[in-house]
Design a protein around this ligand. Structure first.
Ligand SMILES: [Zn+2]
Ligand SMILES: [Zn+2]
Length: 648
């Protein structure tokens, strides 16, 4: 008998050789119908793999990431089968699942795949799928595998790197592929499939190798899921922050300035400033002090911090002074600078915690191919802060940071998030700096704080930074996509490296603990995500302009100006559209600019001292006529709904 531990912690005994599918059946027939993949002791297995030792088993359905991965990878087998059928003689290489769907890298030899082939491939994939072929994993010897693929240099290379005795083929229908596993039970559940695109891809990602064709696809258990997915993609295109950033005149890039270096236009700069002021106000209440540090630092500083050893060779190279032989690096991180601020004078335990905050701009080299709008850039500003505290204060400080992060998310309309606790890789501890004891202390502090704050938490092993464990907030946006936003990290390492000390109540010198935290992450990335989340309709308190006054004709210009002055008295950001255009045109343009309120003024309004309000995106709802005072109340009530006062 073997003992199988299930995710809920329950342990069941089974005869050795039981399969994950049989375990599912022993739980319920309903579950068994939905199970499409499984993991045993953290490794993906087939639902038909005999289990022969004690261990923990996770059963995946389509709703789990593990289920989707198996589903998509299995579809890549069927697609490969169809490609081989349609283009005889092509050479297959690798076909993994990715975040959304799968790809297969193919050497098409003399053939060429074009858009015109997609539909035919999709239809044939579904035709084969309907035949309900089982995926069967079969062990083969290395010699046999090499013989089968003697005409395929790519598979031969893959097989050569595998150990004899560990090699498996996967069979379905009349098709066989070299594969280590992770399949759904049979092709019958693949009900919708689409080829998304083809692109060039070098074998093994090395440009010295031959360029292959990467065929991207996605598949679903229901046609409806595919339709929804394609609609979501269309909506994502409409909300692309690069497109909205241009339309709303927030930021731009210039090839002269350099790629990956965003330029903030006046409206974007104002938006950034508003976000900064918002966070600064909350931070002030939470006991943070603002500091400012330079954009470069001596190479030695980053050698001390360990950043140079970790990133030096793969980042911007040192800047040399013309005469003194000094070497400087563009600042990749603010932390070393803040450590040196802490080191300026001696501290007593009574002075701690010290909380230094800086909107610090840092520079990190990214390959040009990796750059993407504001989400992958070479220069960006972190809403950074470092807290130096005693080990006894760590738990409390960590909780306070969580409170601040939750306040930020709440004010910006991010309600759907999970907290990912990133701990060390349990197998490979070599790659981390610092003692086991300190790591355990830090890991426990994070887990406890997350639990205490009632966060929806997932624990990921092996995802910690090299210098300490961390808590990342993973936010779901309006399109259901997941983004990593705010991060909080505990660090026992930098205080060692910078020899930071404080005098304890025992009159001895002690090491403070350091917390790195950035609720937004970076201003650039955060604004990009916020743009796509809100489609440019930011919370009212953050909108560049909250209202636009549209005069029915030039006759009402003076009244429009009077309205603007009154709004300014109420601290409402507004402007006037006085152009000699029709009211219809003015409204259309204001809608395009995503103006939250359009205030129409004409004869009636002037006579009564009112404005006629039209809300963005509420065409045909009819206008409401109110006094300026009433309008100001509407605005402040809406703002107060999202923007609460931060309290500690
Ligand atoms: Zn496979
Ligand atoms: Zn830091």
């Amino acid at each position: 008998m073997i003992k199988i531990t299930l995710p809920d912690g329950s342990v069941k005994e089974f005869a050795a050789g039981i399969t994950p599918m049989d375990v599912a059946k022993s739980i319920s027939e309903g579950l068994a119908r939905n199970v499409i993949s499984a993991a045993f002791n953290g490794t993906t297995v087939e639902t038909t793999t005999p289990l022969t030792t004690d261990g923990s088993l996770v059963l995946f359905t389509w709703n789990d990431e593990g289920g989707k991965k198996a589903f998509w990878h299995s579809t890549s087998h069927v697609m490969a089968q169809v490609l081989e059928e349609m283009f005889p003689g092509i050479k297959l290489t690798l076909g993994p699942a990715i975040a959304n769907g799968f790809y297969y890298d193919v050497d098409f030899e003399e053939h060429k795949i074009t858009d015109a082939d997609f539909k035919k491939i999709e239809d044939r994939v579904l035709e084969i799928s309907r035949e309900k072929h089982e995926f069967k994993l079969r062990p083969v010897s290395k010699a046999e595998a090499l013989e089968v693929y003697k005409d395929n240099v790519y598979k031969t290379e893959l097989i050569s790197n595998l150990e004899d005795g560990t090699i498996t083929f996967c069979d379905h229908s009349n098709f066989t592929d070299l594969c280590r596993g992770g399949h759904i039970p049979n092709t019958g559940i693949i009900k919708a499939m689409k080829i998304m695109s083809v692109a060039g891809a070098y074998w093994r990602g090395d440009e010295k190798n031959k360029q292959l064709t990467r065929v991207y696809g996605i598949s679903f258990p229901k046609q409806k899921d595919l339709t929804e997915y394609l609609e979501l993609l269309e909506e994502a295109k409409r909300r692309d922050h690069r497109k909205l950033g241009k339309e709303l005149e927030l930021f731009a890039f210039s090839s002269k300035v350099g790629q990956g270096l965003p330029l903030w236009l006046p409206k974007g700069a104002a938006l950034r400033d508003r976000l900064e002021q918002f966070l600064k106000r909350a931070q002030k209440k939470a006991g943070y002090e603002q500091v400012v540090t330079p954009h470069i630092g001596q190479k030695e500083l980053y050698v001390t911090s360990g950043h140079y050893a970790k990133y030096g060779a793969d980042s911007f190279q040192p800047i040399n002074t013309p005469a003194e032989g000094e070497e400087f690096l563009l600042k990749p991180m603010n932390c070393p600078h803040h450590c040196e601020i802490f080191n300026v004078r001696p501290w007593s335990y009574k002075d701690l915690p010290k909380r230094y905050a800086e909107f610090g701009t840092v520079y990190r080299y990214e390959q040009s191919g990796e750059l993407h709008g504001l989400t992958r850039v070479r220069g960006f500003t972190q809403d950074d802060a470092h807290i130096f505290c005693t080990p006894e204060q760590l738990d409390e400080e960590f909780k306070k940071v969580i409170d601040l992060v939750l306040y930020v998310f709440g004010s910006l309309g991010f309600e759907n998030f999970t907290a990912q606790v990133s701990l060390r890789d349990q197998e490979d501890r070599e790659k981390y700096i610092g003692s086991d004891e300190n790591w355990e202390k830090a890991e426990n502090a994070i887990i406890n704080a997350a639990k205490d704050k009632g966060l929806n938490t997932v624990i990921e092993y092996g995802e910690a930074a090299f210098y300490g464990p961390k808590l990342d907030f993973m936010v779901k946006d309006a399109l259901g996509r997941q983004w990593q936003l705010g991060t909080i990290q505990v660090d026992y390492n930098l205080p060692e490296r910078f020899n930071l000390t404080y005098k304890g109540s025992d009159d001895q010198l002690h090491r403070p603990v350091m917390i790195h935290r950035a609720p937004f992450g970076s201003m650039e990335r955060f604004i990009a995500i916020l743009l796509e989340h809100t489609a440019g309709n930011f919370p009212l308190w953050l909108m560049p302009e909250q209202a636009i006054i549209l005069s029915l004709s030039e006759k009402y210009e003076i009244y429009a100006k009077k309205v603007l002055d009154l709004l300014e008295n109420h601290e409402i950001r507004a402007l006037i559209d006085n152009r000699n255009e029709t009211i219809g045109k003015k409204i259309r343009d204001a809608e395009m600019q995503k103006m939250p309120f359009m205030l129409i003024v004409g004869e009636e309004e002037e006579k009564n001292g009112t404005v006629s309000i039209r809300r963005h995106g509420q065409e045909g709802k009819g206008n409401v006529t109110v006094t300026i005072e009433e309008f100001a109340t509407i605005v402040s009530e809406e703002i107060n709904k999202t923007l609460k006062v931060f309290t500690v």
